[in-house]
Structure formats: structure tokens, C-alpha cells
Design a protein around this ligand. Structure first.
Ligand code: DC
Length: 226
């Protein structure tokens, strides 16, 4: 069997990673794993159980007894112990706390192990913060998507408005900036481009333009690999 192809997509919140990764996976027939959704599902379950989020050990124990799975389809469904949590894990409550949960080294160690096992035998596209640096350091393709803070906040505001949430621009900018700070300053698996990642600024690009850029790189280099 040919060695599976791994594509890592990292970047800050709102840079367009999930939309790009999902569409690319559909086009290429690859499995898509949204690793942010895994941290979100754990945070959701901890909040639902009324747990103290400052207790790292109990969060790791919770992770060990939690089954997080993905469905396929136009929107990728996320299940936590069989419950469809696709929408619930995107709530402002979860968004506010997820970086805290994701900063714990032992929580990350466990999640990274899970993510690596998913990436072993299949052609896969994974998105997150530490995919190119930690989870799939040998991925054949690594991309780091960025966009200005203002553009990312604009996208997030639209996404939240579609779901009926109302926030001011300033609130959203503050939330994203805070999350960027926590994600990039933590000691383990911080948000940063892998040395061999291709950085793409998506501020002035449409979703299709980003996808075409990435496809041109992958298919241009390696026509018979896919
Ligand atoms: O991509 P997202 O916004 O759904 O991710 C939610 C949070 O999870 C984000 O604040 C950082 C964290 N995360 C992480 O630390 N490592 C990953 N591989 C993916 C997400």
C-alpha cells in the first residue's frame, strides 16, 4: 500500500482553516479531522458536567472516557459519546474556555496521541494549531493560514450572527485576540508555523481562491500521488 498522504493546516482562529480543509478533503477524497472540535468537545463535556476547569488531572481522566467521533456529509458532524454536539461546541461559552483546556500539557499529550492514531492509515487532512509542528511533523504538505485580526473578527461575527448570537465588533476582536494570545504563548504545542509550512494570508482571498492555491501546489508537485 502507498504511504498515506497527510496534509496539515494550521493557523489562528478565523483564518478559514476548517472551511478550506473540509472542502479540500471533499475534492481529494481524503478524511478530514478538525482537531479544534476535539478540544471543543472535551470543553463542552467538562462544562456540562460542571467540572472545575482548573483541574488538569480530572480533564485528562474525562478525555480518556470520552468518545469523540466525526460524521461525514456536507457539514462535518461532531459527536461526543454519541451525542451530536456539532452546534453546541461552537457556543460562545465553549469558545471562551477552550483555549484554557487546550493549554494543559497532559490534555494535549492525550489528544495528540488520538489525532496521530487517526492519521496513520488514511490519506488525511487535519487542521488545528500544532498539526505541522507536533501531530503530523512528517506531513507531506503543510500550510499555515493567516488573516488580519479585523478580517478574522468579521468572519466570526458573520458566523455567530447566522446562529442568532449578537456581539459587537470590539467584543469579538477581544475574544479572538485573547484566544490567539493563549494559543501562541502556551508552552506545549503553541500556535506557530512549522519551519517547512507554506504561509498563506487569506485576508483578501475567497474560499475558492485559497483552495485553488493549495490544490495548485499539491497537484502541481505530485500529479500521480493522488
Ligand atoms: O480551531 P478552533 O477555533 O475550533 O479551536 C478551538 C481551540 O482549540 C483553539 O482556541 C485552540 C485549540 N486547539 C489547539 O490548541 N490545538 C489544536 N490542534 C486545535 C485547536
Amino acid at each position: 500500500m502507498k504511504k498515506p498522504i497527510q496534509i496539515a493546516i494550521d493557523g489562528p482562529a478565523g483564518a478559514g482553516k476548517s472551511s478550506v480543509a473540509k472542502k479540500l478533503a471533499d475534492k481529494l477524497g481524503f478524511i478530514y479531522v478538525d482537531t479544534g472540535a476535539m478540544y471543543r468537545a472535551l470543553t463542552y463535556k467538562a462544562l456540562k458536567n460542571g467540572m472545575n476547569l482548573s483541574n488538569e488531572r480530572s480533564l485528562v481522566e474525562l478525555a480518556k472516557i470520552t468518545e469523540i467521533t466525526f460524521g461525514c456529509g456536507k457539514v462535518q458532524k461532531v459527536f461526543c459519546d454519541g451525542e451530536d454536539v456539532t452546534e453546541l461546541i461552537r457556543s460562545p461559552q465553549v469558545s471562551q474556555k477552550v483555549s484554557l483546556v487546550a493549554a494543559y500539557p497532559e490534555v494535549r499529550k492525550y489528544m495528540v496521541k488520538m489525532q496521530q492514531s487517526l492519521g496513520q492509515n488514511h490519506n488525511i487532512i487535519m487542521d488545528g494549531r500544532d498539526i505541522g509542528t507536533v501531530v503530523l511533523p512528517h506531513a507531506q504538505y503543510k500550510f499555515f493560514l493567516t488573516a488580519s485580526l479585523e478580517e478574522r473578527a468579521k468572519r466570526r461575527k458573520l458566523e455567530l450572527e447566522k446562529k442568532g448570537y449578537r456581539f459587537t465588533n470590539d467584543d469579538i476582536i477581544e475574544e479572538i485576540a485573547e484566544r490567539d494570545k493563549l494559543d501562541s504563548q502556551r508552552e506545549v504545542g503553541p500556535l506557530k508555523p512549522a519551519e517547512d509550512a507554506i504561509v498563506i494570508d487569506t485576508s483578501n482571498l475567497t474560499l475558492n481562491e485559497v483552495i485553488n492555491k493549495i490544490l495548485a501546489i499539491i497537484l502541481g508537485e505530485n500529479n500521480d500521488a493522488l
